[in-house]
Design a binder for this molecule. Structure first.
Ligand code: UDX
Length: 472
């Protein structure tokens, strides 16, 4: 058969409808487009409306004729808080979205036949549907391998008596997660583990994960071997076919640079409007003098916590760039002293172009909620971190940042102005050189993984080859 007559594989990508997963899976989508695969990117109506409003996704992907974006209902009313009530979102996807998903794949409405599905591994129903219609499926997890490994080990944690526990002694060591015995404490387990009830539906949901993820043909992870090698080796005992292809945001940039002489249009996957004025402010600051503060797309803090951070930041004497998302404060009202009195030392925006901010020469530290994308973006740019995890995987990530990778300081479970001040001074002054050296080393490893022959580079190539051969 004439090779030119063989249509390219048609991959359907279905992310979990939250900022972090949509962000990284759009990057995966573009990497596959660059390899001439056809991609249908499936998002919920809610996410699509936000992308339409705040991102330039259509312009960005207009140069890929094989890229299409399609929408599906998440079954929730317009005003539902979604990410804030994740279990309700998850249950609605299982009940309401699953039949629509099956219909969509069976009724020919996606144009050419879908030859392969790449779905978020938490959307287990996609594997049922893929098996019914006999289409190979890969899972993607957009969290760290470390946190995923803890999810995999939930049955053993329960069996070993590490779960459940009451909230009183959070510093007890946890020994039932192989590869993490040296540093894991109860405090560092995903936040939902603090529930005293092991039949809590959220624990049940995550317990089902290991079985789910092992059902797919392969598991794609946004990480790199030098960062999480020991944990990945443990995980391969359950899921042998793992593709580590991260950090995805940088992998995409590297492949775009290799594929083109002209820069592609600047791109934002953001679900909020970016305030780019902060870049001009950063331009006027000395090298490595600014601490960037952002708690991601979901974290919500109280007014009291906001004020503790404000005093801590101002008293530290460091310059800061602070993202305060309009929906991130309960009873939101930025106090006057904060919006007006801060200008000399700090700059506040509602949403920043974070990747660019972290790459800016003026940024010397990142006070973060330890979401996985933020962590990887910081690792890649060699920016040391102060971690203030909010929930879920962030509790695990922050422990690795301090204890395993030595890339910063973990401030979980505290919110006190004098401790915040002291921790910022430690990161930005007292232990600055030590952290910058470590961060620089890890950033080099991240960059090496993306060059020809590097682990993430080779794994992406293997993934594309496998998609092609499974689609033939
Ligand atoms: C959620 C979970 O909370 C997180 O723990 C999990 O790892 C992924 O899903 P989120 O709060 O969205 O994460 O954090 P994160 O994963 O760090 O993603 C936030 C993304 O928004 C990053 O890519 C970051 O660059 C971007 N961002 C954040 C901006 O572009 N501008 C901002 O001002 C803040």
């Amino acid at each position: 058969m004439d090779e030119k007559a063989v249509p390219p594989p048609h991959v359907l990508i279905f992310p979990l409808p939250l900022q972090g997963p949509v962000n990284s899976m759009l990057k995966l989508a573009e990497l596959l487009c660059l390899a001439d695969l056809h991609v249908t990117f499936l998002v919920t109506d809610y996410i699509y409306a936000r992308l339409q409003r705040h991102s330039n996704i259509q312009t960005r992907f207009s140069s890929y004729p094989g890229f299409h974006i399609r929408t599906i209902s998440d079954g929730l009313p317009e005003n539902h808080p979604r990410g804030d009530k994740f279990l309700e979102l998850f249950e609605s996807l299982m009940t309401n979205t699953k039949p629509l998903f099956k219909d969509m794949l069976s009724n020919g409405s996606l144009g050419s036949r879908v030859s392969c599905i790449i779905a978020d591994g938490i959307l287990g129903f996609t594997c049922d549907v893929a098996n019914q219609i006999r289409v190979p499926i890969f899972y993607v997890r957009t969290i760290s391998a470390a946190c995923l490994w803890v999810f995999f080990r939930l049955p053993e944690l329960i069996q070993a008596g590490d779960l459940p526990f009451q909230g009183d002694d959070l510093d007890v060591a946890v020994k039932s997660v192989p590869g993490m015995e040296r540093y894991l404490r109860r405090r560092d387990l995903p936040s939902f583990c603090r529930s005293a009830d092991i039949s809590d539906p959220i624990i049940e949901m995550y317990k089902a994960e290991s079985t789910e993820n092992a059902r797919a043909y392969g598991l794609i992870l946004n990480t790199f071997e030098d960062l999480e090698g020991p944990i990945l080796n443990e995980m391969r005992t359950i899921c042998p076919n793992i593709y580590t292809i991260g950090p995805l945001h940088a992998h995409l940039k590297a492949q775009l640079a290799a594929n083109s002489t002209s820069a592609p249009p600047a791109f934002s996957n953001s679900l909020w409007e970016e305030d780019r004025t902060c870049m001009t402010w950063l331009d006027s600051q000395p090298p490595k003098s600014v601490i960037y503060v952002s708690f991601g797309s979901l974290a919500v803090m109280t007014n009291d916590q906001l004020m503790e951070f404000w005093y801590g930041l101002v008293n530290s004497g460091q310059k800061f760039l602070w993202v305060i998302r309009p929906d991130s404060i309960s009873g939101y009202e930025i106090p006057v002293e904060l919006s007006q009195g801060t200008r000399e030392r700090g700059y506040i925006v509602g949403w920043a172009p974070q990747e660019e901010v972290l790459a800016h020469r003026a940024v010397g530290g990142f006070l973060t909620h330890s979401g996985w994308n933020s962590t990887l973006e910081s690792v890649y740019e060699g920016v040391p971190m102060i971690c203030w995890p909010y929930f879920m995987d962030q509790q695990v990530n922050s422990r690795l940042v301090e204890e395993e990778w030595k890339l910063g300081l973990d401030m979980k479970d505290t919110c006190d102005r004098s401790l915040i001040e002291k921790t910022i001074k430690n990161l930005m002054e007292v232990r600055k050189d030590e952290f910058l050296l470590r961060a620089d080393d890890m950033a080099k490893s991240a960059k090496t993984s993306l060059t020809e022959g590097g682990s993430s580079f080779s794994n992406l190539k293997r993934l594309i080859d496998d998609i092609k051969s499974l689609s033939a």
